[in-house]
Design a protein around this ligand. Sequence first.
Ligand code: V55
Ligand code: FE
Length: 492
Amino acid sequence: MTTSFPQTPEFSGALYTPSRAEVDVFDLEVEGTLPTGINGTFYQVSPDPQYPPMLGHDIFFNGDGLVSAFFFDKGTVSLRRRYVQTDRLLAQRREGRSLNGIYRNIYTNDPKAAGSNTTANTTVQAYNGVLLAMKEDALPYALDLRTLETLGVHDFGGQILSQTFTAHPKVDPLTGNLLAFSYEAKGDGSPDLAYFELAPDGTLLHEIWFQAPYAAMVHDFAVTAHHVVFPLIPLTVDVARMKDGGQHFQWQPDLPQLFAVVPRQGSSRDVRWFKGPANGFQGHTLNAFEEDGLIHVDMPVTGGNIFYFFPQADGFVPSPETLSSQLMRWTFDLCADSDRVEPVALNDFPCEFPRCDDRYIGRPYEHGFVLAFDPQRPYNPANGPMPFQFFNLLTHINVRTGKSESWFAGDSECFQEPIFVPRSTDAGEGDGYVIALLNHLGNHTTELLVLDSFQMEAGPIARIKLPLRMRMSLHGCWSQAFPPQTRHLAEE
Ligand code: V55
Ligand code: FE
């Protein structure tokens, strides 16, 4: 190609310069001791644009989904990276350029763009023998768990009739069921939501369709033993604005943080709406559970619009220094008459990208793992302005005691979302390893770190060196869907 990426913060620097690298690296270099008991695959996905943006600028969330698989096998790790071969990617490759305009606005696309706008760039989840690559604007793509070959759009055997599907599904640890939802489920701007519960063998067990008071982003959700909770972020959708070339989402500072609480086995008649404070941004779910008739949902909440690329109507976006996401607990009482909820703080430092011990999803729990930011720690100004989503701490937080333990990686280092891997199948909650990518802003390198979950301050027990820089990513999963892990790369 003869065009180049713009030198904007979204496309430059150690975190955001596109990588575009589809690679196989057999037996990565490991520094330290990688426990031989870690066997399985860490899958994750990053938006990583195939081509420079058609309009000369773009946002991070609009990049093509590039999936990475780290295969852990008895003290060794190998890496495979492949793009999701979406219709959108294939159309671009045919034409040799980007064909898509602004994020989730098909009215700004080139006529040659694929009919489907999705990039499958937000998370990957192993389910029923395939790896699902997901973005909340469309149905998932299925990939082969081993080769990462794209198998095609996954409509769950025709059972899912929604146009969209969340990038934050959860697996119920008690049943293995996949719990998922759709918003804008009947297309751009539709206020329709749908909840889906699917058995491990792919059978749709139950679905609930209902409507929100208005179309708005529902990025993540929360599940408990008997309920699901849908946070409506005050980022609303307006198709007329989109047709005028405007953004899909607009921040509404006066709208409350809404929540729909729905019984998992219920119907649209059972939906209860709750209202939180205005001008707040509900972040990713750490975990949720019910106890003594109350439903608790734990998530970072930001006092304002953290998505600077989706401004409010008058164009205002708060400056990053004024925003801080704090871990909060929302408690819903279905017996109370009030529809008001006020969050209670669980910690006193900024954090996001929370993960729990997946074996405790939806159950009473205490251990969380988050990326955190300590503004008191040194930051090396030679790295330029602090990038979007800069996290200098990897932190274990006990939400019951409020105690936390962190590791600071250095003045030029940024973590990506961690995953938790239990030490053994019968290890207690939170007892195991925290695995996270670390980007070195100084020399543009990336490592995959392994920490002991209960000894965070001791730092990594193993550093897996990568021969390429990995772009900032979003989400992923730990899966033991197939053995063996590493050796197959050599056998192909
Ligand atoms: C998010 C990310 C997205 C998206 C919508 O992190 C929300 C939130 C990577 O794409 O499309
Ligand atoms: Fe997310």
